[in-house]
Design a protein around this ligand. Sequence first.
Ligand SMILES: [Zn+2]
Length: 746
Amino acid sequence: MEYYRVARSHLLIFVIMFLIGSASSADMNLETKCNIETYQDGFRLTSPYLVLYLSGSQDGSYISQISQRSGSENLLPSAPEHKYLWRLHLEGETGSPISISSEDLKLASNIEHRSHGGKCLQLIWDRVKNLAISVEASFCVSPNDPLIRMRLSVQNDSAFTLAQVDFPMLSGIGPLSDDPSQDYLIWPKGTGELIPNPYQNPIPHEGRELHPYPSSIQSMQVTGLYGTRGGLYIAAYDPDCWSKYLRFEPSLTGRSLDFYLENYPQNIGSPGNDYQMHYDAVIGTFSGDWWVAAQMYRDWALTQNWCRSLNLIDDPSLSPHVRDVVLWFVLQSKPTVMEKQALQMQEYFGVPSIAHLYDWHKSPVTHTDPDYFPAKKGFEEAVRNLKQAGIEVMPYINVRMWDTNTPSFIEEEAYAGALRTTGSTIPTRSYNAHTFVTMCSSVPLWQEKMASVCETLTKEYGVGGVYLDQLSGPSTTPLCFARGHPHPPGGGNYWARGYLEMVEIIKRRMPDKNCFFTSEYFAEPYIAHVDGFLVWSCFTEYAIPFAQAVFSGRTIFWGRFFGTFFGEQPQPHLDRTDEGFYSKFADMMCNGIQLGWIYAWIMEDDVAEKREFIRNMARLYETGLKDAYLSGQLIKAPDLVGLDRTVEVIWPMYKNENKQLFPVLTGAWQFEDSRIKLLAINVTTDNQRFEIDIARWPPTAPWSQMSVQVQSTNTNPKVLHPKSGKLTLELDPRQAIVITLTPEGH
Ligand SMILES: [Zn+2]
């Protein structure tokens, strides 16, 4: 370890002092700048943070302008193709579905009232289209809130059933840069995606029938668009995780976007069902890039009941096995073979590990679920031997699907608990020539079934944890129209709640409180209930670590798939000869994803270099990064002066994901006490020399003097003494380094 002292620019201190001074005087003025007033043919709502115009009260209301208070840039600069504020989708017993929107309706009345220290505008439409339907929308601004908050309710006394409510709706969004290719759409798929030029790169929607929030297709309730002239932040602040869908569509001209938040009423199918939004839809503005939007969402998300309230070092509900793990193995073979492989890997890597086991039951994976027992011969003994060697075992189970050809399916009357779509049909899905149905998460039969499987695994076979596949996955179909289930048909928050209840029942049956549970992909409602998420294939062309920026220090993201899915079956061996391996592994580590899934092929003779690379990274994680993962916040890493994106790699998955990377990949975390850890990994076979301008990064650093501590996979790191607040680093091929920046006095 080596220590350096960096003198930061005094100019920076002066700038910070100036900003603090101007903010405090501005605050006093802002109190008076929260207002609602009639304006032309509509209303203008202003807060200290934004201004929003509602136009067309006589001939259809819509949001015509959203601007940052300080500037005049309209974030809806294009002519709107639709003048919608809301839209109702109605279905009758006969005839085609109809939709009614605010586009061609006259506002009946408007009311202004005060709420939570702010002001609200309530708009009312009565007897919509001469039907016994009335709609109320509210818009609230507050001097202490950077967002505008919106809700909508529908009183439906008609003969129609209300099937979907779109609100809020925006049209004419963007472009927000002179060159639209400089615009980016933040998309909550997986751990987050960033789509460049979204006017020309439309998002492939898969619709409410398959993948609404909460699922890994919409894992968070946030989106946004930004360019050089500003950013638009849109989210649903829903503490109870109701099913919903955030939808962007390109306009017909291909030069702007429309946005709808799709909301699903309860009791779809019953005439005269009402709708009440149980959460705020929010709109805000921001300057900067997606890191700023992630911080805005983090400010709200970390206070929700479904999120952990403590960091992962302090939270006693996180299993110590997951807190301590460094490497996650994935094994799929006979129990005696898996035991041998895991012991061999453990001996080489020498760090705490968890073995994720597939095919531990008699039939192969996804064949006769959930009739897993008895396990294969030797499984119990293998679990015992691995536990004695310090390796926790986590077998795979599936918490969504029941094979219709299993004896238990008939004996336990599983059909009654199956998810039904509109029309009361039970959708089926075929895997490996077996037919499966999706079980409704809220049904006690299914919750008890899964609890029973987990109880047998932990108590009779002694496993340390269980992998609950598809809890947070893409194929969760969270709208169930079955009658007789403990939820109204259609919309609701029962899907997430059902799984949360299931995990609570499972945990009550565990032999000890250290048993752990993880799932595949990521969905935010389950953060406080499971110990981590295998994020697996979340490394697509557009992937960004948005979820890590929001939830770092509050949940564990772990593991990537090192193989391909070309063809029907996974090909885990194909990545072993791919030079993309190093960059994919290093990128995982820099993005706050714990190290895994490591296949047994890593112990074969021809991959010794890759094996050593993983061991170096694992040791560096254990000694230098673990505390940052568990209690720090992932922040934007600094620019690397002297390097360009010259490394072109392919990370194969369902398709070849092309990546253009810097030769050195970086990640950075900030602790509550202001310390910062910076990780840098040279993914090339050349030496790499570069500078980091510490005086310009990170922007929130509150100190003028800091000490620098260095840990490295190489015993001789070259960190040159900084001059003028600049660090100069030189990394050997495939060398990784962790630099801790500590404010003076800490
Ligand atoms: Zn159901």
